[in-house]
Ligand binder design. Structure first.
Ligand code: ZN
Length: 186
């Protein structure tokens, strides 16, 4: 379909919660195609609809590496129904060009969603895999939550944002990760 412009951190709509999809219509399948076109053009692992200016609960992921066949996955109205464990990972986001920082995530998640045909499915991603982390990262976008909100080192993240001329951390958005942190120490 089309490669869209990815909105950068600082754009207000990235902080807005997205709306449920009521019907997987042509509008939605077109949106899914735009998400994949845009994500692949930017060599991203995942992309959520609000990042291209559409505040609907849709994201796409492809964790295949360059020497593997593509593995496009579509999540419409996703819900994380189970989560456990904790893992620290270095993450980036297409809305934060070049900026990477360490964040804390659940190690294992189970997600329920609709695919591009409107069929429900349940998927489990374990072991702090790229897929497990990407699901949490993209799902957050649908609630206006960004990866930097999960930072494990606020000072370091502030430095990274400054380095790449991105807006400052929003202290009000930082998530209290003490429970996950405890999990990590176990
Ligand atoms: Zn992102």
């Amino acid at each position: 379909m089309a490669i869209k412009k990815v909105l950068n951190y600082g754009t207000e709509s990235l902080r807005e919660p997205s709306k449920e999809v009521h019907k997987v219509s042509k509008k939605i399948t077109d949106l899914v195609r735009d998400l994949f076109d845009t994500m692949y053009a930017q060599n991203g692992v995942g992309l959520a609809a609000p990042q291209i200016g559409v505040n609907l609960r849709v994201f796409v992921i492809d964790t295949s590496s360059n020497d593997e066949p593509l593995n496009p996955m579509v999540f419409i109205n996703p819900k994380i129904i189970k989560k456990s464990g904790a893992v620290i990972s270095n993450e980036g986001c297409l809305s934060f060009p070049q900026a990477y920082t360490d964040v804390i995530r659940y190690k294992n998640v189970m997600v329920k969603a609709l695919n591009q045909h409107g069929k429900p499915f349940v998927l489990e991603a374990t072991d702090g895999s790229l897929l497990a982390r990407a699901i949490q990262h993209e799902n957050d976008h649908l609630d206006g939550v960004l990866f930097i909100d999960h930072t494990v080192n606020r000072f370091e993240t502030e430095e990274v944002l400054k380095k790449y001329n991105l807006p400052d951390l929003d202290p009000d958005m930082l998530i209290d990760e003490s429970e996950l942190q405890k999990e990590l120490d176990n």
